[in-house]
Design a protein around this ligand. Structure first.
Ligand code: SF4
Length: 200
């Protein structure tokens, strides 16, 4: 693997070919927010909060840092008024679904996002897909998947698989940005538990 030199936030950064802008930035101590990214998973680019400004040979565009490969001479800006405005709006939309998510609230204070800007429609799942993809790509179990479509889409455990696999695993629980996943699993356990015989 060759080494390329790029500029991130006016700093010269060296990165291995094949790395993404996100990995190069984090390797240099420059933080870019993410919600759907995980080092063991393929980029998903669904939350778009890692959007950055990329200048490649004079062509400037917005792109997701988690999927953009590094290249010699690339110039990246991770913060600007425009980028912050985009991140703020993304957070405000997500906070309508998961207003108490610790991760969203942490980012909201960083980007000045208003938790009450949009009407609340709590689903507690923000469709980041981390649990679904982690279970499929890393654990190869498919104990959790998506149900429904569009704005109604959310995760759902597959009871017959989850009841067999999850208690001994629990690896995806801490990945959930809304901290809802463990509660969802406990609910599945409760709903599928055999009925207790009534006391005489
Ligand atoms: S806890 Fe269950 S759903 Fe999560 S990765 Fe493990 S097996 Fe998959």
């Amino acid at each position: 693997m060759g080494i390329v030199t790029l500029t991130i936030d006016n700093r010269e950064v060296k990165a291995e070919e094949g790395m993404t802008v996100l990995e190069a930035a984090r390797g240099a101590g420059i933080e870019i927010p993410t919600l759907c990214w995980h080092e063991k998973l393929k980029p998903y680019t669904v939350c778009r909060i890692c959007v950055v400004d990329v200048d490649a040979r004079g062509w400037t565009s917005l792109d997701t840092a988690c999927s953009r490969p590094v290249k010699e001479g690339l110039v990246v800006r991770t913060r600007s008024a425009k980028i912050d405005r985009i991140r703020k709006t993304i957070l405000e939309l997500l906070l309508a679904h998961a207003p108490d998510s610790p991760k969203l609230r942490e980012y909201a204070s960083e980007y000045g996002a208003d938790r009450d800007r949009f009407e609340k429609d709590p689903s507690f799942c923000i469709d980041c897909g981390l649990c679904v993809r982690y279970c499929a790509e890393v654990k190869k179990k498919n104990a959790v998947g998506f149900v429904d479509r569009g704005i109604r889409r959310e995760i759902c455990f597959v009871p017959e698989v989850a009841l067999r696999e999850c208690n001994g695993c629990k690896e995806c629980f801490p990945l959930c940005p809304t901290s809802y996943l463990q509660a969802a699993f406990v609910l599945v356990q409760a709903l599928t538990a055999p009925a207790q015989p009534e006391k005489p």
